[in-house]
Design a protein around this ligand. Structure first.
Ligand code: SF4
Length: 432
């Protein structure tokens, strides 16, 4: 491949992802401006596979909220919601969204339509209280999909197990209820062949997402799991089940495979391979990452690309001959997996450490999100007991600049890398 072609290929995924995102916001703005409504969903169990069959525009309020932080305007939105009566303790995503609603959908990237239906799962308890706010504001139908989680460590059940089959039926009946509700809201009849088409695109995306994560086991790593990964994650959620989404991930794999074959990494000098646990620090998104890359630290994987991808990491393939039952099965497995990844991330740490040759784990618990953050200190203790790998624990927030102290973070991060450097030097001496 000539140099100019190579330049075009490397970084294409991030450029195309950003462009798709702008298109998506333009589409939402057009919907809002014509007074039409949308389906509000969350990333863990979005059920976009069903909503697309009815051509319902889909809004991801979590993504809208984080965009206000990335664009450095979240403080205005949080203050507005707090002035309205929401406590500083409430999840920042909720408050930014409340402010968007109070502003009649005005958002830094366009205009967000009002909800005509909201579909939520029990993956996060905040989802339920958040959706109740819309219900009070707009009196639209709210559908809660109840997904049975893992009862105890090691007791996950799988297709063929009696309990799994019972739970799958429980999910399938709920999906049928959701379909009936979507028919009512959209005025359209359910079309099973359209569902097959959507699931076909979702299959491509899940397969590619899994492969994308695996490819970053390369040394040097091919993409930054924190920055580039968040762009890919956005496309994975927002364009799930679409032709554009499938095309995007096919293209992305082409780029990553090319980089892998040619030994091209995301950093020119990758010294430390890191795994990120938690939710990114969106108020200083780029700078947070630089505090690590300046030391040659590369985030090669993260739990965020796991739980916030709604289970795509498993590469689940729907059976198009049996779409509804297969969707129920896939939903049960993937939402359950997303819940496990938040509550018990240490279950996979040993595997991740090995597969990705991890030099250090970076924990980032945040004030806003108790669902993800509450158990991280215990997770770290479990990790330290089982693996001899250094870890860093830094607290801040994903939305609230008031809880982010860059200077304090920097001194902790610098000390972490000094420790890693000392460790590597000592190991080098021991191995000579
Ligand atoms: S509490 Fe955490 S998982 Fe729940 S909505 Fe807020 S950010 Fe998302």
């Amino acid at each position: 491949m000539r140099e100019t072609e190579s330049k075009k290929l490397i970084g294409r995924g991030v450029r195309e992802g950003a462009s798709l995102f702008r298109d998506w916001f333009q589409g939402l703005t057009a919907t809002a401006e014509t007074g039409n409504r949308a389906a509000y969903v969350f990333v863990m169990g979005s059920m976009t596979e069903i909503l697309r069959v009815f051509d319902l525009p889909v809004v991801f309020p979590e993504i809208n909220s984080l965009q206000t932080a990335v664009r450095h305007v979240s403080a205005d939105f949080l203050n507005e919601a707090e002035d309205y009566g929401y406590s500083p303790d409430v999840c920042g995503y909720v408050k930014a969204d409340v402010a968007v609603q109070l502003r009649e959908g005005k958002h830094p990237m366009g205009r967000i339509p009002k909800p005509g239906i909201a579909v939520i799962t029990n993956a996060c308890n905040t989802y339920l209280k958040w959706a109740e706010i819309w219900k009070r504001m707009y009196e639209m139908p709210l559908f809660t999909l109840d997904i049975p989680g893992t009862r105890e460590t090691g007791t996950r059940t799988w297709p063929g197990d009696e309990q799994f089959e019972r739970e799958k039926k429980y999910v399938q009946v709920q999906l049928e209820e959701l379909i009936a509700l979507c028919e009512k809201v959209s005025g359209k009849k359910f079309d099973i062949d359209r569902l097959r088409e959507v699931l076909g695109h979702a299959n491509v995306m899940s397969r590619d997402w899994k492969r994308m994560l695996e490819l970053n086991q390369s040394r040097p790593s091919l993409f930054n799991a924190l920055t580039d990964g968040t762009v890919f994650l956005g496309v994975s959620n927002v364009f799930r089940g679409t032709y554009e989404g499938a095309q995007f991930f096919d293209n992305l794999l082409e780029e990553l495979e090319y980089m892998s074959v040619n030994g091209i990494g995301t950093l020119t000098d990758e010294k430390y391979r890191l795994c990120f646990l938690g939710v990114p620090c969106y108020p200083i998104f780029r700078r947070f990452n630089e505090l690590f890359t300046e030391w040659g630290g590369a985030f090669v994987t993260s739990t965020y690309l796991w739980f916030a991808a709604g289970g795509s990491n498993l590469g689940i393939q729907y059976d198009l001959e049996n779409p509804l039952e297969s969707l129920a099965e896939g939903t049960l497995i993937t939402v359950r997996d997303a819940m496990d990844s938040m509550f018990r991330p240490e279950l996979s740490m040993a595997e991740i450490a090995d597969d990705f040759s991890i030099d250090g784990f970076v924990y980032h618990p945040i004030k806003s999100c108790r669902t993800v953050s509450t158990g991280l200190a215990d997770n770290r203790r479990a990790l330290m007991e089982s693996l001899n790998i250094p870890s860093l624990f830094i607290e801040s927030d994903m939305m609230d600049q008031r809880a982010v102290s860059e200077a304090q973070m920097k001194s902790r991060i610098d000390a972490f890398f000094e420790g890693l450097a000392f460790r590597q030097a000592r190991e080098a001496v021991e191995n000579t």
